[in-house]
Write a protein that binds this ligand. Structure first.
Ligand SMILES: [Zn+2]
Length: 305
């Protein structure tokens, strides 16, 4: 709830987090909502041994609230991380690494870029709730830059999109997948992973998709690819595709490396699925909540992936 679980305005944000101690206390609340739990023995009794470290009374293991999260071993004050998280979530369409660098006054673009990647990793953890009701499923293509190709060479990547239709002109939540092979069983696996059994799935008439009818779904298919206006076929998917492309062009200035595309899609889904939330503070809250449940990713790993 706004004002109780998260700050509603920038002024409240400033009031809530005057220093690192306040940030630590907030992360503790998110990480251990039912009180401290030792990661080794699950003990609940502990005492504080340093600013952000607890020692388990039962087994003696020391645990920091940031251990195992994206903040692990970061030399930057937590309050700077909080400022970045607030900045990134308070902008409706998000920010580029350059935008973050300018806002926080980072010396290098690389630092800002690595921070954006870390924050995106915290957006990764998908909502566990499956899509339901009427869901459109289709494949779209997005262009991007490919490492190892000269100059501005671009490639098109196939992305599977599943999006809920909650009314004639309203969309619900979205999920993305980048299949190794387009139009393969991977898309059926993806459907089963993200769409609740019993839902209605609308797709094109590929024989592959017709199997969905035997997999616990009501399957409706449109043989629309000969239609005059292709966007009228599965309009939800095409709406998502055009918004996604606009976001990549606008917010990210096309600076999307295909190697990192999965993380950009995670960020986009994170934003899309909360686009009607009037409380921007809610996104800040969710991001930090997921951040304390995220593995740390050293910079070397980010670059190599
Ligand atoms: Zn313990």
């Amino acid at each position: 709830m706004g004002g109780l679980d998260y700050p509603r305005t920038y002024q409240e944000f400033r009031d809530w987090f005057p220093d690192d101690a306040a940030c630590v206390a907030y992360l503790e609340r998110l990480r251990w909502p039912d009180g401290f739990a030792c990661p080794v023995c699950d003990g609940h009794r502990a005492w504080r041994t340093a600013k952000s470290t607890w020692m388990c009374a039962a087994c003696g293991r020391k645990t920091s609230v940031t251990a195992g999260t994206i903040f692990h071993r970061s030399h930057t004050p937590l309050s700077t991380w909080f400022a970045a998280a607030w900045f990134v979530t308070s902008q409706k369409n998000g920010v580029s690494a350059l935008g973050l660098q300018n806002a926080l006054g980072f010396g290098s673009y690389e630092t800002a870029w690595a921070w954006m990647q870390k924050l995106r990793r915290a957006m990764v953890r998908p909502d566990r709730e499956m899509l339901s009701g009427v869901v459109e499923l289709d494949q779209i293509y997005v262009g991007g830059r490919s490492a190892g190709k000269k100059g501005g060479a671009t490639d098109k990547v196939a992305i599977t999109v599943a999006v809920e239709r909650v009314g004639p002109h309203r969309l619900g939540r979205v999920r993305f997948q980048i299949p190794e092979r387009a139009n393969s069983n991977e898309q059926l696996d993806f459907a089963c992973t993200v769409i609740e059994p019993g839902s209605t799935i609308r797709s094109d008439g590929l024989p592959l998709f017709r199997k969905l009818a035997t997999m616990g779904y009501t399957h409706e298919y449109v043989n629309g690819y000969q239609a005059d206006d292709i966007t009228e076929v599965l309009p939800g998917v095409h709406r998502v595709a055009s918004l996604l492309k606009r976001w990549i062009a606008g917010t990210l200035h096309h600076a999307v490396s295909l190697d990192h595309l999965p993380y950009y899609l995670d960020e986009y889904a994170f934003r899309f699925n909360r686009r009607n939330s009037r409380a921007r503070g809610m996104l800040f809250y969710r991001l930090l909540q997921q951040a304390v449940a995220t593995d740390p990713h050293p910079l070397t790993e980010l670059y190599s992936s």
